[in-house]
Write a new protein. Structure first.
Lengths: 103, 208
């Protein structure tokens, strides 16, 4: 198993990543109180969340210390499935214009 | 010699090495995490679908108490990931007492997060939020809110129980440092999911 004996793998790095993730959360809070329109706000929020997730997976979960073929087996397939989920949006906008959910 | 002609028990020497150079338990945890990530993604996409299609989506989260509560919950959960990293490091260094101490601090953080979340739920229910009814707008809000945050809360409670069981097993010698590392993956995953739940469910719906 990947033991945390790697020179890169030290507590100082973990603490730095911890503070970066908290700082990014602070950025999300600040973004929430800006008067950006919905789509822009969503895009900014998701971009920050993706950076947080990438930091967490690579540093907290130590995926960067695993073999490259494990990363290749896990990450592209997951991203592909999530991208395919975007096919729902055209129907969501159709519903918005038909307004069946407006009560 | 074909494999069919091998005597029973002779397969051991022919076992293929792990393709990812990790123990099967860790690979299983990674596969679970990936499938769970897709489950949460599907729920968040469904939430986005309903939210986008509903012109009168509610914005019930005031800075106080809702967003302050979310900030506190996020701080606790992210901090518990750090304490779990320290616990894993201690276990790898054969510091049993240190590992147990940090695992229990992590589990306490998780329990505190769950209590704050349940308190928030009761506050919203008191304000009139129900599964298919609320005083603010689209009736779908309650179902989507409780489903997403409820699934995450279930993961946190499950994680607290799992960490406690693994810690007690580690104390008795049943589990080792590798098991702690594997469960730390789960705990970090629960933390990372929260990073998407907060902006999608709370921060996009702040009251102005």
């Amino acid at each position: 198993m990947s033991a945390p004996t790697n020179t890169r793998d030290n507590l100082k790095t973990d603490i730095t990543v911890y503070f970066v993730i908290l700082a990014l959360f602070g950025v999300q809070i600040a973004l929430a109180y800006q008067n950006a329109d919905g789509a822009q706000l969503l895009a900014r929020m998701l971009a920050v969340a993706l950076i947080q997730a990438a930091l967490g997976v690579m540093y907290f979960m130590h995926l960067r210390d695993e073999q490259r073929n494990l990363r290749l087996a896990l990450i592209p397939a997951t991203i592909f499935v999530m991208l395919m989920m975007n096919m729902i949006w055209s129907d969501s906008f159709r519903l918005l214009h038909m307004r069946p959910l407006l009560k | 010699m074909s494999e069919a002609n091998l005597p029973v028990g002779a397969h051991a020497g022919f076992m293929e090495a792990s393709p990812f150079a990790i123990p099967s338990k860790k690979l299983v945890m990674w596969l679970f995490i990936i499938s769970d990530a897709v489950t949460f993604a599907a729920l968040l996409f469904a939430y986005g679908y309903i939210r986008n299609a509903s012109p009168n989506w509610p914005h019930p989260f005031k800075f106080s108490p809702s967003i302050i509560n979310v900030i506190l919950m996020t701080f606790i959960l992210v901090s518990s990931s750090l304490t779990m990293l320290i616990a894993t490091r201690a276990a790898k260094a054969a510091d049993k007492a240190g590992a147990l101490r940090w695992i229990f601090i992590t589990a306490t953080g998780g329990a505190l997060f769950a209590l704050l979340h349940i308190r928030e739920w009761f506050g919203l229910i008191k304000e009139g939020l129900k599964l298919f009814e609320n005083p603010w707008g689209s009736p779908m809000f309650g179902a989507s809110f409780f489903t997403i945050t409820g699934l995450h809360l279930t993961h946190v409670i499950g994680g607290v129980i799992a960490l406690t069981v693994v810690a007690l097993g580690y104390k008795r010698g049943r589990y080792n440092a590798d098991d702690i590392e594997i469960w730390s993956l789960y705990w970090h995953f629960v933390d990372l999911v929260w990073m998407f739940v907060v902006p999608m469910v709370y921060l996009l719906n702040v009251a102005r």
